[in-house]
Each structure stands twice: as C-alpha cells, then as structure tokens.
Design a protein around this ligand. Structure first.
Ligand SMILES: Nc1ncnc2c1ncn2[C@@H]1O[C@H](COP(=O)(O)OP(=O)(O)O)[C@@H](O)[C@H]1O
Ligand SMILES: Nc1ncnc2c1ncn2[C@H]1C[C@H](O)[C@@H](COP(=O)(O)OP(=O)(O)O)O1
Ligand SMILES: [Mg+2]
Length: 194
C-alpha cells in the first residue's frame, strides 16, 4: 500500500490562515477531480467525534497552535490510503505547516510534485477570517487566535516555502483578486504539471 501512495501525484497547498487554500482546493477538485484532504478539516472531524483525543486537539486549535506532528500526519496518511485506489492525485491542504512536517511526510508517504504557495497580505487574511468567523462557527476565527495563527504562519510555515523552492517545485499564487482570478493562476500551475 505504501508503494501505491508513493506513485500517486501529491500537491501541497501551503499558505497563511485565510489565504484561500480551502476555496481554491474546492475549485481544483471540480476541474481536475483530485482528492482534497484538508488537515484542518480532518482535525475538526476528530474534534466533533467527541473523542478524548478530539478534546485535546480542540484546546490546541482554539489557541491557534500546531497540533502534534504525528497526529496530523497519521490522519492524512490514513485518509490517503482510504482513497488510494480511486484517487487521481492528492491535494494536501494545510500541510506541511513546518519544515519537519514535510520531511516526515516524505519519509512515510512520498514526495510532492508541486507546492502551491497561496500568498495573501496579512490584512487581507485578517479581513477574510473575521468575515469567515461570522458564519464558520470555528473557535479559531476570532481576533486573538487569528493573530496567533498569523504569527505562527510567518515563523514556522513560511520556511516551508523556502525549503521546497530549493527543489524548484513551488508555484506562487497571488491570492488578492477575486476567487476566479486566483483560480486562473492555480489552474495554470497545475496544467504545467500535467
Ligand atoms: N479570492 C478571495 N476573495 C475574497 N474572499 C475569499 C477569497 N478566497 C477565499 N475567500 C474567503 O476567505 C475566507 C478564507 O478562505 P479559505 O479558503 O477558508 O482560506 P484558508 O483555507 O486558507 O483559511 C473564506 O471565508 C473564503 O470564502
Ligand atoms: N499541518 C498541521 N500541523 C499542525 N497543526 C495543524 C496542521 N493543520 C492544521 N492544524 C491546526 C492548526 C490550525 O490553526 C488549525 C486549523 O487549520 P486549517 O483548517 O488548515 O486553518 P485555515 O484553513 O484557516 O488555514 O488546525
Ligand atoms: Mg482552510
């Protein structure tokens, strides 16, 4: 099974909180049929299961902090294996969030062929998250936690971009325009890969 994953196409979708990762991944699924796995969605599913582990994860996410690497990596691997037979390729949304997550992923699963770097200005991300917070019901879409998540993004996640830039697989997407304007950049990046 491990080999099966090794051969599948893997695209990392990396960007700050509120940069538009989830929105763009939904449009990629529509157009290309890839399997979208959002680390945050997998974690929130565990939280809503009411499990003991879910309670611990919820407290961490509420503080805008990163959950343990092993937890999120195992969840993603499990989800990929479940879809390996039918998947056209995987969009890994929200992972890696630090360099060592990328290294562990490659040891246990496989190497990405593309990293979509969804780049938006801090004030754009804050504006979008505050708006999302009005309807998302997420405990981390509030001013204080958003600030923590942004700080963490600049400190821990931006180095991921530099790490993969070294491999020449990063495509920077300017995520400031309309959803469709951003998606035309995403589609061009994926078309250049296929
Ligand atoms: N290009 C865009 N223009 C305006 N709003 C956007 C755009 N992309 C996403 N949004 C909105 O911003 C919020 C964050 O988008 P989302 O895709 O959830 O980002 P992420 O997954 O990176 O946190 C959502 O409410 C979404 O509807
Ligand atoms: N790869 C990862 N490593 C550690 N924690 C993660 C993680 N992916 C998500 N989380 C935790 C911390 C994030 O603040 C929270 C929400 O993640 P998310 O849904 O990807 O946020 P967003 O879509 O707003 O960028 O879940
Ligand atoms: Mg998201």
């Amino acid at each position: 099974m491990g080999d099966k994953l090794k051969d599948s196409k893997i695209i990392f979708v990396v960007g700050g909180p509120g940069s538009g990762k989830g929105t763009q991944c939904e449009k990629v699924v529509e157009k290309y049929g890839f399997t979208h796995l959002s680390s945050g969605d997998l974690l929130r599913a565990e939280v809503s299961s009411g499990s003991e582990r879910g309670k611990q994860l919820s407290a961490i996410m509420q503080r805008g902090e990163l959950v343990p690497l092993e937890t999120v990596l195992d969840m993603i691997k499990e989800a990929m294996i479940a879809k390996a037979d039918t998947s056209k390729g995987f969009l890994i949304d929200g992972y890696p969030r630090e360099v060592r997550q990328g290294e562990e992923f490659e040891k246990k699963i496989g190497a990405p062929s593309l990293l979509l770097y969804i780049d938006a200005k801090a004030e754009t991300m804050v504006k979008r998250l505050m708006k999302r917070g009005e309807t998302s019901g997420r405990t981390d879409d509030n001013e204080e936690t958003i600030k923590k998540r942004l700080d963490l993004y600049y400190k821990a996640t931006e180095p991921v971009i530099a790490y993969y830039e070294g491999r020449g697989i990063v495509r920077k997407i300017v995520s400031e325009g309309t959803v469709d304007e951003v998606f035309s950049q995403v589609a061009a990046a994926i078309d250049s890969l296929l």
